[in-house]
Ligand binder design. Structure first.
Ligand code: NDP
Ligand code: HEM
Length: 509
């Protein structure tokens, strides 16, 4: 054993030197351990508490720090300090898959999370997006139901394709996102090779108090790269952490991944005129109507020093905004404004926002929040521990007031399905896809429908048909190829996927 005398002294959590970290305190060499071995007890007790509850969704993730550099000028739309031309802002980006648990393999077909925290001089701004511009639902009431279908069946403890397709076929608003999920973009080779989107409509407000609606886009400068299902299965057999490894090692090598940051801007009054609801999360704004405006470049250039402290405990919430950026009437966004900080208080702890990764880095948080678990600093303020006070404590600043948002309408449970076209935008996407891409889409869907009752498959085919008859026909043909086995066929999903590949569907470009 190395000579320990030139190393720092190991201590207990109370700072007392530890004389023996190899042998428990026992009654005789063969004897039982004594309860008074407080060092052993401390060690075992700490180990018992090394995990926090995993995120209820997006549990498996990877993250890195970087910099947003602003090269364009969007100051006529927003007063946000981080968007001043030339501004550089520290950022943290956590990528994730959605459905798998913390130990899930990275190379699974799933939406990827793209959660950003910008440490701005006016507080932290979190943009908690995905690698898709749209989502499966347009009402937050449906989120827990939707997620239930993505997680394990309560009896079998297995993922259930029947539940997934039952829900999707009963929720036609999911069609756009389902088409993206089963297209090549549903299985990126790594986090560097995909776009990020804020997905929701947010708002910008400027110095003059004018509001514009905005969507955020992050275009991968590494290009798009995807696995086919068969390739991904081969990757997973060798490496369950392929995306974590790719991101971590690229940054260690100094190959810093970058994204072009762009926005789409809609004048406030246009919202009443667009043929689609611009606050509907299942819709994009066509580029022809609202072209991309260049903002700058996001670069990831620093791996975290400690995964648990900086990535597992990182807490992103769409409710973290800064002056110049606001919300929109998007119903799902409104639901999310509640959900995230609530999850953090439960999952990380009451004062999660004080952890180094979560607190502001370019300014100081000054609140009157007081005590609770893990209050590990002494709140500054002395006699000013309530507000208003006469002792110089922090006070509100009306200069940061957001312009008023006009809202109207009767309070009711308005149907989010009536009067909405769920087929037009999936059609625009389907028609973008070349023949080889379409064939992979059909095969991926057919493979994922293995074992799903016929009436559910038929219902879903009805939706595909309304998008484009060629969509339904393509999926049906792929189903005929891969669903020829009897219901009791013991083949695994991987075998089925390989069968899809063997049916002539080739590698994604
Ligand atoms: P455009 O032709 O102007 O844009 C097409 C967009 O589709 C590009 O952003 C492209 O991304 C993206 N794309 C290409 N292949 C796929 C794929 N397999 N899965 C998902 N996205 C893909 O058309 P529109 O703006 O009129 O939109 C048409 C359709 O394109 C939409 O219905 C939507 O499904 C999809 N789309 C639109 C976006 C938007 O904000 N308007 C954003 C992303 C997708 P890239 O440039 O990175 O290659
Ligand atoms: C994570 C809720 C929709 C992207 C989470 C978490 C919750 C949640 C509770 C875990 C948070 C944590 O423990 O730290 C919801 C609800 C939604 C919704 C209630 C709809 C009503 C969306 C949408 C997107 C999204 C539409 C993307 C556009 C993410 C991402 C994460 C996440 C990226 C992981 C964040 C991280 O890396 O820590 N969501 N979500 N979610 N969600 Fe959502």
């Amino acid at each position: 054993m190395a000579d320990a005398t030139d190393r720092p002294v190991l201590t207990t959590t109370a700072g007392a030197p530890v004389a023996d970290n190899q042998n428990s305190l026992t009654a005789g060499p063969r004897g039982p351990v004594l309860l008074q071995d407080y060092r052993l007890i401390e060690k075992l007790a700490h180990q018992n508490r090394e995990r926090i509850p995993e995120r209820v969704v997006h549990a498996k993730g990877s993250g890195a720090y970087g910099t947003l550099t602003v090269t364009g000028d969007i100051t006529r739309y927003t007063r946000a300090a981080l968007f001043r031309p030339g501004q550089r802002t520290e950022a943290l980006l956590r990528f994730s898959t959605v459905a798998g648990e913390r130990g899930a393999a990275d190379a699974e077909r799933d939406v990827r999370g793209f959660a950003l925290k910008f440490y701005t001089g006016e507080g932290n701004w979190d943009l908690v997006g995905n690698n898709t511009p749209v989502f499966f639902i347009r009402d937050p009431m449906k989120f827990p139901d939707f997620i239930r279908t993505q997680k394990r069946h309560p009896r079998s403890n297995l993922r259930s394709p029947t539940a997934m397709w039952d829900f999707w076929s009963l929720s036609p608003e999911s069609l756009h996102q389902v088409t993206i999920l089963f297209s090549d973009r549903g299985l990126p080779q790594g986090y560097r090779f995909m776009n990020g989107y804020g997905s929701h409509t947010y708002s910008f407000w400027n110095e003059a108090g004018e509001r514009h609606w905005v969507k955020f886009h992050f275009k991968s400068m590494q290009g798009h790269r995807h696995w086919t299902n068969a390739e991904a299965n081969a990757v997973i057999a060798e490496d369950r952490e392929s995306a974590q490894r790719d991101l971590y090692e690229a940054i260690e090598r100094g190959e810093f991944p970058r994204w072009r940051v762009c926005v789409q801007i809609m004048p406030e009054a246009d919202a009443a005129r667009t043929p689609y609801d611009p606050f509907d999360l299942t819709k994009v704004w066509p580029h022809a109507d609202y072209p991309l405006v260049e903002v700058g470049v996001l670069e990831l250039n620093r791996n975290p020093a400690h995964y648990f402290a900086e990535i597992e405990q990182a807490s992103f919430s769409p409710s973290n905004i800064v002056p110049g950026i606001g919300f929109s009437p998007d119903k799902v966004l409104q639901g999310r404004l509640f959900a995230y900080a609530d999850a953090h208080r439960y999952r990380v702890g009451t004062h999660y926002e004080m952890l180094p990764v979560n607190r502001p880095h370019a300014t100081v948080a000054r609140t009157y929040h007081a005590d609770g678990p893990m209050r590990f600093d002494s709140p500054v303020g002395g006699d000013a521990y309530y507000e208003p006070n006469s002792f110089g404590g922090p006070a509100e600043q009306p200069a940061f007031r957001e312009p008023p948002l006009r809202l109207d309408g009767d309070a009711d449970h308005h149907s989010h399905r009536e009067g909405n076209d769920d087929y037009g935008q999936p059609r625009a996407l389907f028609r973008l896809l070349g023949e080889a891409q379409r064939q992979r889409l059909f095969g991926n869907i057919a493979g994922a429908m293995q074992g799903v009752p016929r009436h559910i498959v038929e219902r879903q085919l009805g939706h595909f048909r309304r998008v484009d008859p060629a969509y339904a026909e393509g999926v049906e043909a792929a189903i005929r190829r891969v669903h020829t086995a009897p219901a009791s066929d013991p083949r695994t999903a991987a075998d089925v996927t390989l069968a899809v590949e063997a049916a002539g569907i080739t590698r994604a470009a």
